[in-house]
Ligand binder design. Structure first.
Ligand code: N01
Length: 558
């Protein structure tokens, strides 16, 4: 290809930032398609894995079926690999990813412990320039962002946060070589946050008999329902191995690439008995069935959602002994399934233990931290030895805002107003505008995997598709000797409008969550925005195919 090449310098045809699932999938595909290209992955961590490298808290595991999660392009490994559990725990998932890296010798093209601090576009050479935390510079013609959409952890904005003298850490920065029974023995543990992470971690910590106590600081009660995980026997795994093609085909046919699909009927089209029968049936099933397998109007019709939420509330009440605690655990400000539903394995029963206490921050908000613990508005000081922040991430745009950007004409990617440093920011106030979620204005030759305005759902399935589209696009560039590609403003406007339209009518878009761009700990993320594609992944794929079939209509090349 016609890129610049300077011997001995860090100059690449393709640079990939991030060595999680997106990064290693991209590396594999670029290597296969373009064997003569110089390609490198730069990764902040010390090994591959991304999410599964960083998130080592007790209880971390898939909420999607293990057999639906592996890379479909390595059939040999799928035949060799034995998923031990229906919903794989973090250590096993990380082993799978490491095995992919070993088998394909990926690490030779990955540079670890490298955090990119700035990215700037050179409009004369048509190249990107990156600078890492050590001041080392890298140059590339094309650049694939594999930064992850839940990779920038956020701490709570509590006065006196630094005063606490006990141990404290975010769930995604869990101490290395940790053993629950050893490291938490006889300790008073506090956990702030009850999202998917908090719910998984709290359940495991509560089960540990050696802890002295566990206090859960809950700001918003979250809906949650049983995961129903099981071990996979060798015989069952043999069967799964013959089913992989069917599993991936099914994922490709569902809106979020999971194995579950809504019941086509509407909630009130059936009798009370039939309705209850479906709800009980999906509640008894493993995985997201009870979220995604409900009646088709459950997440668009307020009455339908209320009925299902009432059913789920009764399930919680039946599991928690103290009715006052149960009531605090039943969400009141949003309906079931309008936020991402965390799946649990005994979460609600945690509160039946005498040493586990729920602190309802709606009643008594946190006022400040002290050297000994947390003071709530009732004046009580909750003394703790360890404080765990399960407080989530600066989602979707957060990993981008950690980098200083200078795109075409020096434009920053993100800005708090129309003009940042005298230049018009591309995404103002964390409100992305993209073409197909893969490209952005003023950021030529940049492609995003799991970027804003892409469907998320079953991450590996979405990643594989995005990487295939990007590879096809790069193939087109190679075939036509193009070294420059940028989306047209009209295509960006049209796609962004389609993303907004697709979100209309979804109850989830009326609720505060990372999926609607809210993070109360991050300046500029206090009002909702449309940051993800909530249309069907099937429709997304069709639109990408149509774009390619039309000679990549919406993009211009040079
Ligand atoms: O983060 P979250 P998460 N004071 O943002 C609370 C994926 N995931 O890490 O709701 C008190 O959902 C905050 O309260 P509120 C999955 O997609 C996947 O749990 O803002 N509380 C909330 O309770 C998931 O959706 C798996 O009022 C504060 C919590 O912290 C996504 O990751 C497993 C606070 C944050 O919840 C994010 O989940 C785990 C404060 N100042 C996660 N600040 C799999 O199964 C924040 N909170 C693969």
């Amino acid at each position: 290809m016609g890129s610049i090449s300077v011997q001995g310098e860090k100059v690449y045809d393709v640079l990939i930032i991030g060595g999680g699932l997106s990064g290693i999938c991209s590396l594999h595909h670029i290597r296969e398609r373009f064997p003569s290209w110089r390609v490198k992955v730069l990764e902040a961590g010390s090994d591959v894995g991304g999410t599964w490298f960083w998130n080592r808290y007790p209880g971390a595991r898939f909420d999607s079926e293990s057999v639906s999660y592996g890379f479909s392009w390595d059939k040999e490994l799928l035949q060799e690999w034995h998923w031990k559990e229906a919903f794989s725990p973090q250590p096993e998932t990380l082993k799978y990813i490491q095995r992919v890296a070993d088998k394909h010798d990926l690490r030779k093209d990955i540079q670890f412990d490298t955090r990119i601090m700035s990215a700037s576009w050179n409009d004369v050479n048509h190249t990107w320039h990156f600078v890492d935390q050590a001041g080392v510079t890298y140059t590339a013609t094309f650049f694939i962002s594999c930064l992850g959409f839940l990779s920038a952890p956020t701490l709570p904005n509590i006065p006196g946060l630094g005063d606490f003298q006990g141990e404290k850490f975010h769930t995604s920065r869990w101490p290395q070589d940790f053993t629950l029974s050893r490291d938490f023995a006889n300790k008073r543990i506090g956990v702030i946050g009850t999202g998917a992470t908090g719910i998984q971690a709290i359940t495991e910590i509560a089960k540990e008999p050696s802890i002295k106590s566990l206090e859960v600081f809950q700001r918003t009660a979250n809906w949650s329902a049983p995961l129903r995980n099981t071990l996979i026997t060798p015989e069952q795994m043999d069967q799964h191995r013959t089913d992989y093609d069917a599993v991936f085909q099914r994922c490709a046919a569902t809106p979020m690439c999971f194995l579950h699909e809504a019941d086509a009927r509407k909630s009130l089209d059936v009798t009370d008995e039939e309705r209850l029968a479906l709800w009980e049936a999906i509640y008894a099933k493993p995985g997201f069935a009870k979220w995604l397998g409900a009646f088709s109007d459950t997440y668009t019709d307020r009455n339908a959602n209320k009925l299902y939420s009432d059913f789920m509330a009764e399930k919680i009440r039946a599991r928690v002994h103290d009715p006052a605690v149960a009531e605090k655990l039943v969400p009141k400000n949003h309906g079931f399934g309008t936020r991402r539903v965390p799946l649990e394995s005994g979460y609600f029963e945690s509160y039946n233990r005498p040493n586990v206490h729920l602190v309802d921050l709606q009643e008594t908000p946190i006022e400040r931290m002290t050297s000994r613990g947390i003071v709530t508005s009732d004046g009580r000081e909750h003394e703790l030895d360890v404080l765990v922040f399960a407080t989530g991430f600066d989602a979707i745009t957060g990993a981008f805002s950690a980098i200083e950007w200078s795109g075409k004409d020096g434009r920053p990617l993100l800005g708090r107003s129309d003009t940042e440093k005298g230049q018009q920011a591309v995404w103002v106030d964390h409100r992305p505008k993209t073409f197909l979620g893969l490209t952005a204005e003023a950021m030529p030759n940049m492609f995003m995997v799991l970027g804003p305005h892409q469907p998320f759902g079953n991450a590996t399935r979405s990643i594989e598709h995005a990487v295939e589209v990007i590879s096809d696009l790069l193939q087109y560039c190679q075939d036509n000797n193009y070294t420059y590609v940028e989306p047209d403003p009209e295509a960006i406007e049209a796609w962004t409008e389609h993303v907004f339209k697709s979100s209309e009518g979804a109850l989830s878009n009326e609720v505060d969550s990372w999926m609607t761009g809210i993070n109360k700990n991050v300046a500029g993320k206090q009002t909702r925005s449309v940051v993800r594609y909530s249309g069907s992944a099937v429709d997304f794929r069709r639109r990408c195919e149509a774009t390619k079939a039309a000679g990549w209509k919406g993009l211009h090349f040079a």
